[in-house]
Every structure is written in structure tokens, then in C-alpha cells.
Ligand binder design. Sequence first.
Ligand code: 6PG
Length: 244
Amino acid sequence: MTTRKTSLIQLPDARALASRASERVLAAADSARAECGAFHIALAGGSTPRALYELLAQSGADFAQWHIYFGDERAVPPDHADSNFRMASEAWLARGGVPAAQVHRIRGELDAPAAAASYEEELAQSFGTREVPRFDLVLLGMGADGHTASLFPGTTALSEARRTVAATWVEKLAANRITLTLRTLNAARHVLFLVAGADKAPALREVLFAREGAPQLPAARVRPWDGEVTWMVDRAAAAGLRDA
Ligand code: 6PG
């Protein structure tokens, strides 16, 4: 089975992108809660999603049945300036609404392999299965090099076929990261990529219009075996698509 559907939605700017993404997230939550009484969403890190998280915080939505996870984390404590958890907390989670026990943080303060093992166990407990967890929605960003989550080109985590969470050394950053693996990302029911900025345009073109047989950038390898992928991109990031 392959990705059921891939959609591309272009928005004028990052603000419009955040607004449309918040509508999509809230709709996905309503659908999941109606279907099975809970909504399991993995958040993206970096800077692009902050505006989305701020809109969710202001939405007045009922988060009581939401379970929040993270697609990746830097190997830093939760109060560190680089922490994805800190960014999401400041923009949304610390303002309340999501029960604390339903916010599943990657423990970046541990050494990376221990943090990965700990998160793998937390996912198994939270989803109630030793099989790969199937997120209702995974939010992802993309770097100018085509990385997504902390799956960077040329890193060991990209080839991890068994684990659901991996620790990975990222040479270009000279840093450890903890990340959901492609096995987990590709088990998702919905993946929503949020990509903004002119610097992403070359990678976005390569990911969406990869030449047959060309080596795939990490973001191009996110192809849920029974799920949908939506790319929400701003005009600047889409600049390379017009003549594709
Ligand atoms: C991270 C993210 C990473 C991010 C991209 C895009 O931990 O940094 O998971 O994959 O989504 O690097 O980042 P920006 O949104 O800041 O451009």
C-alpha cells in the first residue's frame, strides 16, 4: 500500500500558512476524537510552527482528549533555548488546556541513546502497543537541505528500519538529536509539512519533483504506507515549483 494522497497547498505568506494549518489541525482533531475518543499528534520543531502553536493556544479548542508528542528534539534540557519542547510550551502548551500527563516530552536532558530508548517506551505505553505507533497527525518542517524532523542527509537514523525512535549524531550541527524514525513517520495517518521561506525553494522542488532514480532527500522519503501527506508552503518556498 502506498501513500493514499499527496496534496500541495500554496499560501501567500507564513501567517496565512499558520492560519490554514491551524484549521487543518483542529479538523483532524475533531475527526480523530469522533472516531476513537483521542487525538495523537506529533509536533514539529524549528521556528515555522510557532505561529501555528500560538493560534492553537488562542483557538478556544477543547484539548482534553489531545495527546501531544514531538517528532524530534535537540539533546538539551527542556528549558534550553534550542529545545523544541520549550518553543511549543512558550507558544501553546504552558498556557494550559492539554492535561500535563498527555504531553509526552522527549527527555533531551538524557544522553541521546537513553532519551531515544525512553521515548520509544513512552510511545509504546501511550499507544498501548509494541507495534509501530500510528499517529493521527504528524507535523513536520523541512530544512534547506531537505532534512525533516532530525533525519538529516547522510545520518544513521535515516536507515533505522526497526526502531521507532533513534538517537543520531548530526555532523553539520556537531550535535546529537533524537528523532522519530521513517518507520514511525510512515505509519502516520496524516502528515502535514509546513514549509516557508525562499531558502527552502530548491529542496522543495527536488522533494516534490525528484527525478526518477535520483537519491531522495529525507523529506521525500516520508511516504505513509496508509496515510495522506499535505504540503502547506508559502509563496517564497514555492518559487521553484512554478516551472517544474
Ligand atoms: C528541528 C525540526 C526541523 C525543522 C526544520 C525547519 O528540530 O529543527 O524538527 O526538522 O522542522 O529544520 O526549521 P524551520 O521551521 O526553523 O525552518
